[in-house]
Design a protein around this ligand. Structure first.
Ligand code: ARG
Length: 588
């Protein structure tokens, strides 16, 4: 069990005589110490508890301390300041916990006590368009969430909600029938489909008959016209092939790929049902969900403040021409997921600009199925910015395509690898550059606070020092090389139970044992940068240890203990990076 959990249950046992009913449970948690000066963990709960019970915090802390039994794990806890309890982990406990972790495939990380089922909706690009950098964030963050939840023992259904339906198809079909360039389609399918769409879109702006033709083709497609359906299928399949190439490169896969079209047959009935149930109504010939007038207008996704007045901001679910919308499909998708998988939580990974959409969909869903307990989470992320602080664009001003980005990452990684390891042969260097390039892009993304925009920087991404994938991959390879060098020199590299004597050994040991907590904290609010921060911290603790504590030249017993720390560090780095979707290399 993690140190935090052991201390937490000891504190809870000591609190059994207190009335904690008026105190927010999160304020009664044992947390990592804010400053190592105060020890390793602290409990600040005496303050809120004292407030609720109208007593002095120090008195509460003293009484808790009297009842507290943590002697197996902590030196005698101290009361500090107004009533904080500080804990310092015992070296003997650290040693036995490390020994347990190194003998455990899961490195001491427990599975969730109550495994749950999650649906994670991520990546979800749109057909006939290249995946752009916005989709890369969803793909990278979503895939990491899936891996982490699974590692915790949860059941996860990953679902790629591809945009493969909608009015854009009318334009593509008009273009396909009159302007298709077969050679270009063979060479660059998505490029050709995008060209057709843009061509007809431009013409439509100048000539309303083109718009009408596109609308007619959409209607025919929706009515099941064979010719149009055949074109649609081809567009979808060609797009999927391109997506799959990218997913292979990113090492991402899905359990399900249920595009928007899958839900199409359900949409008319769903809209009718919402009307019948009084949840949606007509407005200017269209059908929409409006505010139900319950609750605070501030929190009502169907209201918007204009000139200081709350005005309707309905969610359209059927246009006046009968077409369904993004929100309609998302409601049908929710219904399908609940009926099929009965999940405890559904997670949507998209950019923050869709926050309003999801608030409306979630609110409409709660009114539609009030008895459903499923948790709905929108994991929103910010925009990737260029050096000029505006959304990242190519030099020509176009949107940056994912393939081009990955190619450039790999090319730049090759230059770094060649410089750092000039002796590698061409094939090995290429191979390393491939891993480093993808890892650099993934890590740069995951190490950001996902909610904020961030400036894309090749230099930072491929830096050999600092919080980058390159630094961490080298750190891992360096640990591995200790064993290799030992063997080459005929040193005995067997490992044994770790003994912590030097301060740097103790620090490294503590850091290794925080993996579990880092994972829990990363998933609490899907803040994956908590995990990247942890990996970076671990690499730092290891390099301090390696600087202060000789390994291969140490006497036998000390060496076996230090090699055990090296081994556990390597495996923890490897596992943590893998959860982030990053594969390590033994040699670089
Ligand atoms: N296709 C959408 C886009 O590219 C993302 C879909 C996200 N998932 C969902 N259930 N709405 O913006």
């Amino acid at each position: 069990m993690s140190a935090q959990k052991i201390l937490q249950s000891a504190v809870e046992a000591a609190l059994s005589d207190f009335d904690v009913s008026n105190v927010a449970p999160e304020t009664l948690q044992v947390v990592a110490a804010s400053n190592p000066q105060f020890g390793d963990y602290q409990w600040n709960g005496a303050l809120p508890l004292a407030k609720a019970l109208k007593q002095k915090p120090r008195d509460i802390a003293t009484r808790v301390l009297e009842r507290l039994d943590v002697s197996a794990i902590s030196e005698s806890p101290e009361i500090a300041g107004p009533g904080f309890l500080n804990f310092r982990l015992k070296t003997s406990w650290l040693e036995s916990a490390l020994d347990h972790a190194r003998l455990d495939d899961r490195l001491g990380v427990e599975k969730a006590e109550h495994p749950e089922r999650f649906v994670v909706d991520f990546s979800s690009p749109n057909v006939a368009k290249p995946m752009h950098v916005g989709h890369i964030r969803s793909t990278i963050i979503g895939a990491a969430i899936v891996r982490m939840l699974r590692f915790q023992g949860h059941e996860v259904v990953s679902d790629n909600h591809i945009g493969d339906w909608g009015t854009a198809f009318g334009k593509i079909i008009v273009g396909w029938k009159s302007e298709l360039d077969e050679a270009n389609l063979a060479a660059d399918p998505i490029g050709e489909m995008e060209r057709l769409y843009q061509l007809i879109n431009e013409r439509g702006k100048a000539d309303s008959s083109v718009e009408d033709a596109a609308r007619l083709e959409t209607a025919k497609l929706q009515a099941g016209d064979e010719e149009n359906l055949a074109i649609w299928r081809q567009v979808r399949d060609l797009s999927q092939q391109q997506f799959d190439q990218i997913y292979a490169r990113l090492d991402v896969s899905f359990d399900e790929t249920l595009g928007e079209s899958f839900y199409n047959p359900r949409l008319p009935g769903l809209v009718d049902e919402l009307i019948e149930r009084g949840l949606a109504r007509e407005s200017d010939g269209a059908i929409a969900v409006f505010s139900d007038g319950q609750g605070d207008p501030k929190d009502d996704p169907f209201l918007i403040s204009r000139d200081g007045e709350w005005t309707d901001f309905p969610a359209l679910i059927r246009k006046s021409d009968g077409a369904a919308l993004y929100a309609t499909t998302d409601l049908a998708t929710l219904e399908h997921r609940i009926q099929t998988w009965h999940p405890d939580e559904i997670v949507y990974v998209t950019d923050a600009r869709q926050a309003g959409h999801f608030r409306q969909v979630f609110a409409a869903f709660r009114r539609w199925m009030p008895e459903e307990k499923v948790r709905l989470s929108h994991v929103a992320f910010g925009t990737i910015l260029g050096e000029d602080k505006t959304p990242l664009k190519t030099r020509e001003g176009g949107t940056v395509k994912l393939v081009a980005l990955l190619d450039e990452a790999q090319e730049r990684a090759l230059a770094v690898v060649r410089e750092k390891s000039p002796d590698l042969n061409e094939e090995a260097a290429q191979n390393i550059a491939r891993v480093v390039g993808v890892s650099a892009v993934k890590y740069a993304d995951l190490s950001q606070n996902r909610a904020s925009d961030y400036v894309f920087s090749w230099d930072k991404m491929l830096a050999l020092s600092g919080n980058s994938a390159v630094y961490l991959l080298y750190a891992f390879a360096r640990v591995q090389s200790i064993f290799r060098r030992g063997r080459e020199r005929g040193v005995d590299v067997s490992v044994d139970a770790p003994r912590l004597v030097e301060p740097a050994e103790i620090e490294l040991g503590k850091c290794l044992l925080r993996f579990n907590e880092a994972l829990t904290a990363s998933l609490r609010d899907y803040r994956l940068n908590t995990m990247t921060d942890y990996v970076y911290e671990l690499a730092g603790a290891f390099s301090a240890f390696f600087r202060d504590c000789p390994v291969l030249t140490a006497p036998d017993e000390v060496r076996a203990s230090r090699l055990a720390l090296c081994d556990l560090t390597a495996r923890t780095l490897q596992q943590a990076l893998l959860l982030l979707g990053i594969h390590t290399l033994d040699q670089m």
